[in-house]
Ligand binder design. Structure first.
Ligand code: NDP
Length: 240
């Protein structure tokens, strides 16, 4: 296993759920963590709690300039960048026939453009230093489509493809897909269709807690430089 204490790790969507759990998991490794999301109050509280190895900055992943400023600020603060965890995502599920065009656009912006903005912001550094690790949080929805999930799953199929493409193109850079099954988080709180919101509650009866995904991310990060964990799929059992 590789010690993470010399590394600087950037984490998006760190204000709740899987992102927050990943910050907590990695804070124990001694790594320098630079964390982002739109809700700065939550980031500040987390950084204050965890100490000076954690720094934060507000980030809107849909905004290329915001993402670049986030990455530049991380380098200013900690001197280097080793890992980007593209975790931010949204999931306003709905049937296609509901024609929720705005929600489709928001999902594509956050879940796909957000990941691409992140890759674009670190790739020149990673290629110049001939090392780096991009971890993209996709979903089990990158492997199967469920009713009301057509657009959400499409965005996660895209994350899968983008990550695999990055891995194939870059010999010196590690690329990992993390594909969680159902996890109990705030994801889906923005579902506007009451029936779909109820269905999500039923799915969540068998769910993981976010720390399970944080451990999967840590596993991928702690491998030696020559080992690229391509994908980890983590799903709950009834015992969860
Ligand atoms: P949460 O809703 O708890 O967390 C989502 C995070 O994304 C928040 O920190 C939110 O922060 C951030 N975010 C949303 N929009 C933006 C934006 N425009 N810019 C920056 N940050 C943003 O959900 P999860 O922890 O569950 O989700 C994390 C990832 O895991 C997502 O990619 C999701 O698709 C994926 N996933 C989750 C599963 C689950 O069952 N929970 C299953 C499979 C995959 P803020 O609002 O402060 O900006």
């Amino acid at each position: 296993m590789t010690g993470l204490n010399e590394k600087t790790i950037l984490i998006t969507g760190a204000s709740s759920g899987i992102g927050e759990a990943t910050v907590r998991e990695l804070a124990g490794t001694g790594a320098k963590l630079f964390i982002g999301a739109r809700r700065g109050d939550r980031l500040k509280a987390l950084a204050d709690e965890l100490g000076e190895t954690v720094a934060w900055r507000e980030l809107d992943v849909t905004d290329a300039a915001s993402f670049q400023a986030f990455v530049d600020a991380a380098e200013d603060r900690f001197g280097r960048i080793d890992v980007l965890i593209n975790n931010a995502g949204i999931m306003p599920l709905s049937p296609l026939a509901a024609l929720k065009r705005d929600e489709w656009t928001r999902m594509i912006d956050v879940n796909i453009h957000g990941v691409l903005n992140g890759i674009a912001s670190v790739l020149p550094r990673f290629t110049a230093q001939r090392s780096g690790h991009v971890v993209n949080v996709a979903s089990i929805g990158a492997h199967l489509v469920v009713p009301t999930g057509a657009v959400y799953c499409a965005t996660k199929y895209a994350v899968w493809a983008i990550t695999e493409g990055l891995r194939q193109e870059q010999d010196d850079i590690r690329a990992t897909i993390i594909s969680p099954g159902v996890v109990a988080t705030e994801l889906g709180n923005d579902i506007t269709d009451p029936q779909v919101a109820d269905a999500l509650k039923v799915w969540r009866r068998k769910s993981l807690t976010p720390d399970a995904i944080a451990r999967a991310i840590r596993y991928a990060l702690e491998q030696p430089e020559g080992v690229d964990v391509n994908e980890v799929i983590v799903r709950p059992t009834a015992a969860g």
